[in-house]
Design a protein around this ligand. Structure first.
Ligand code: MTE
Length: 321
């Protein structure tokens, strides 16, 4: 174990390694202070906060299948990472304060077709939504398998029409300290930023998520639109996006700015490249606590390996942090 002073924003090793502190779903719900009935009454699963993106439920694209049981919906919508609302996983009530309708999105930078557009209109322009079953692997070692609704990110790239010199896509989450108390914590470099290469954004798996379990995204899962890149650690999948900027400079993401050796730009999932403070060999399924061996590129090597195989450091650590 690394012996040094922890910074205020650092994740404790226990989020990844301490089985005793990991709560199974039943225990967690009890700790959070509600029962199944209470959840229904609280309106947790209501669509009151949903953006007016229409087309739910969307037809499932059968090309994307799971190799494991689907995660229970209640687990996926109540155990979330959304630091804008606090560093606890239990922020779903706080996230209700976010108004996602209307939701203006800017597409700018090195593009032929810059625009400011409401999220629902943008999604309509990108084509028919579809449902895809994807694995999700958090860098903290928890994992889930869920049905996302959304549209291919490649469609957004085509709509924006990047200029020849553009190489990266930088994405930005909203900034509003009045609704998001976490953004008052000045030691974080708000707003949340993430980035992909344009080639990654064009990959068939890169997805703009608009829904989960056949319904619009709950705020805590990143309403109204978020990124879903299942071969990378979950922190790359930025939530509640307000801006897509095409650029020739590699974006420095939120977590990379805080700790580049722990949360780098590439962040591809790999069982053999450990996080400096914990192992990445295994993952724990949300809700069931089932332990599974972590897979290279989270099991999506066939679809994404071509993006990286000619890079000089393909087998080195760089691509995985
Ligand atoms: N996006 C923003 N804006 N803020 C965040 O704190 N957390 C990331 C990612 N996107 C985060 C974010 C992390 S660490 C993970 S694992 C996933 O969202 C979690 O997605 P989920 O909560 O919907 O499961």
């Amino acid at each position: 174990m690394l012996l040094r002073t922890k910074k205020r924003w650092e994740l404790p090793e226990s989020v990844a390694t301490d089985e005793a502190t990991y709560l199974n779903r039943r225990e967690w719900l009890k700790t959070a202070g509600f029962t199944g009935l209470g959840l229904a009454a609280s309106g947790l699963l209501s669509k009151a906060n949903a953006a007016p993106i229409t087309g739910f439920p969307a037809a499932q694209n059968s090309a994307y299948q799971l190799d494991r049981a689907m995660t229970d919906e209640m687990d996926a919508v109540t155990y979330t990472n959304f630091y804008e609302f606090g560093s606890s996983k239990n922020i779903w009530r706080k996230a209700k304060a976010l108004n996602t309708d209307p939701w203006m999105v800017t597409i700018d930078g090195m593009v032929d077709n810059p625009m400011e557009i409401d999220a629902a209109d943008l999604v309509k322009k990108l084509g028919n939504m579809e449902e895809r079953l994807y694995r999700h692997r958090c860098v903290e070692t928890w994992a889930m398998a869920v049905p996302w609704t959304g549209v291919a990110m490649a469609e957004l790239v085509k709509l924006a029409s990047p200029k020849p010199g553009a190489k990266y896509l930088r994405m930005e989450t909203f900034l509003d300290t009045d609704v998001a108390p976490g953004q008052k914590q000045s030691w974080y470099p708000w707003p949340y930023i993430e980035g992909l290469t344009i080639d990654e954004a064009m990959n068939e798996l890169a997805f703009i998520g608009t829904g989960l379990y056949g319904k619009p995204l709950e705020n805590q899962n990143g309403a109204p639109i978020r990124l879903v890149v299942p071969w990378k650690y979950g922190f790359k999948s930025i939530k509640s996006i307000v801006r897509f900027t095409f650029t020739d400079e590699r974006p420095v993401s939120f977590w990379e700015e805080l700790a580049p050796k722990e949360y780098g730009f590439w962040a591809n999932v790999h069982p053999g490249h450990n996080h400096p403070r914990w192992s990445q060999a295994n993952e724990r399924m949300l809700g069931t606590n089932e332990m599974r061996r972590t897979e290279v590129f989270n099991g999506y090597a066939e679809q994404v390996q071509y993006l990286y195989q000619d890079m000089p450091n393909f087998n080195g650590r760089d691509l995985f942090y």
